[in-house]
Design a protein around this ligand. Structure first.
Ligand code: HEM
Ligand code: SF4
Ligand code: SF4
Length: 385
């Protein structure tokens, strides 16, 4: 029997017990969605697993966790479901298998970075230009030709977007999402709000039990907000730089008080601090409440984000020195490696989680309210729609 089928069977066993118990139904959106189902398919498992935000409140509360013979462990089951979902929807399959385990992701990241650096050397006009330092506007392009930078960037970003969009559409279909997506600005607002604020990481109001099982805290949500917002700001910096260059004809490097540099610096610092926070949390987190691959995928992703942000900040700090050329190469190699591995690593959680949250918002809105709403969560949501 396949690994996936084994997991679906185990999910059927645990979810059936939860549906009889219902103690955790106010903790998050997973349990009310579970109660709507009796038989669980692969799609249901992927859906519930990606709505679960790993707050671990249900494990802390569960009277049927080990040593009880029922051995209920919803956070671990969900993390295994997420790993299989991320693997299953990444295309092409042979490439996905290559990246399958975190070790593959790390190796691919390193190989990708090394290849990128080698290509840079081949494309660079001359070895001398590498060490000539900042000689004013356009000096980045004497280290790495502008056309090559654009071609690499567009190709890799385009590839990552294509793989993610195809996977997201297949996932939406498999979890029962209607063709045409969710409808109406109110549902969109709620879906974006729930994804952006990590609503379901609050453990039903008691906050997240990761990494400290005994002392729930909002720290993980705040750390995530810093990383995700910082990432968006650095993306904004790239867009601003493209506008400066292509619309106003001003070539990089840009002055310290320019929009690209301010956005990039603030975003970069937020990503670095947030990633360091996540790495510390991972060290403190107890084992056994997540699939082993989850930790490795998360670590590989957090490290690759950290390297991209840290090399970008180092380039900014040292761009007036002879180190500008080598640092630009290292930073570009890190960015290329990040995009190369993006569709097969943990970054896709942002895609599949957003899709599952949208489906969940839509499902809650369309479920007929009974005479007595079953939970506070449903009552609140019914009132909102
Ligand atoms: C768009 C909606 C997003 C949602 C709903 C979301 C949700 C989550 C959740 C629930 C976790 C903890 C469980 C897990 O590891 O899966 C997490 C972890 C994480 N997220 Fe997000 N995320 C989103 C976007 C992003 C973005 C845009 C970034 C930055 C590029 C990001 C970076 C991270 C990092 C670094 C971790 C920690 C990885 C680890 O330590 O394992 N997330 N996210
Ligand atoms: S996790 Fe445990 S306590 Fe919570 S609903 Fe399931 S069986 Fe009940
Ligand atoms: S979000 Fe928290 S309470 Fe809900 S299933 Fe996941 S770990 Fe359990």
């Amino acid at each position: 029997m396949s690994e996936l089928q084994d997991l679906v069977d185990e999910a059927q066993r645990q979810f059936t017990i939860c549906n009889a118990c219902r103690y955790c139904e106010d903790y998050c959106a997973v349990f009310p969605a579970m109660e709507e189902r009796r038989l669980f398919t692969e799609g249901d498992l992927g859906y519930l697993a990606t709505v679960c935000h790993d707050c671990r409140a249900c494990y802390q509360a569960c009277m049927y966790a080990e040593p009880h013979e029922f051995a209920i462990n919803i956070p671990q089951l969900m993390s295994e479901g997420r790993v299989l979902t991320y693997e299953r929807y990444a295309e092409p399959r042979w490439l996905a298998r290559l990246f399958e385990r975190a070790r593959g992701t790390l190796v691919a990241a390193v190989v990708g970075a090394a290849l990128a650096v080698a290509l840079v050397f081949l494309l660079a006009t001359s070895a001398d230009s590498l060490l000539m330092g900042n000689e004013g506007p356009g000096s980045f392009y004497t280290v790495f030709p502008q056309a090559a930078m654009l071609a690499f960037g567009l190709l890799l970003a385009g590839w990552a977007i294509l793989v993610c969009v195809v996977g997201a559409l297949r996932f939406w279909r498999d979890i029962g999402g209607p063709t045409g997506g969710i409808r109406g600005p109110r549902l969109w607002r709620r879906a974006i709000g729930e994804a952006a604020t990590l609503r379901w990481m609050r453990g039903g109001g008691g906050e997240c039990h990761f990494p400290d099982a005994e002392e729930p805290s909002p720290l993980r949500r705040y750390t995530h907000a810093a990383v995700a917002a910082g990432f968006l700001l650095t993306f904004g910096a790239t867009v601003a730089a493209a506008i400066e260059e292509n619309i106003f004809g001003i070539l990089p490097p840009y002055p310290l008080l320019s929009v690209p540099v301010i956005l990039g610096t603030v975003g970069g610092v937020m990503v670095v601090l947030g990633c360091i926070g996540f790495l510390r949390m991972r060290r403190e987190a107890p084992a056994g409440l997540a699939a082993p691959q989850t930790a490795s995928l998360g670590l590989a992703f957090t490290w690759s984000l950290l390297v991209v942000a840290a090399t970008g900040l180092a380039l900014l700090a040292l761009r007036e020195t002879d180190l500008m050329g080598p640092l630009l190469l290292v930073h570009l190699a890190a960015v290329f490696a990040f995009f190369l591995t993006a569709p097969y690593g943990h970054l896709v959680h942002a895609v599949y989680r957003s899709v599952a949250i949208a489906r969940n918002v839509q499902e809650r809105a369309s479920s007929e309210p009974g005479p007595e709403p079953r939970s506070e969560v449903q009552e609140r949501d019914t009132a909102l729609v």
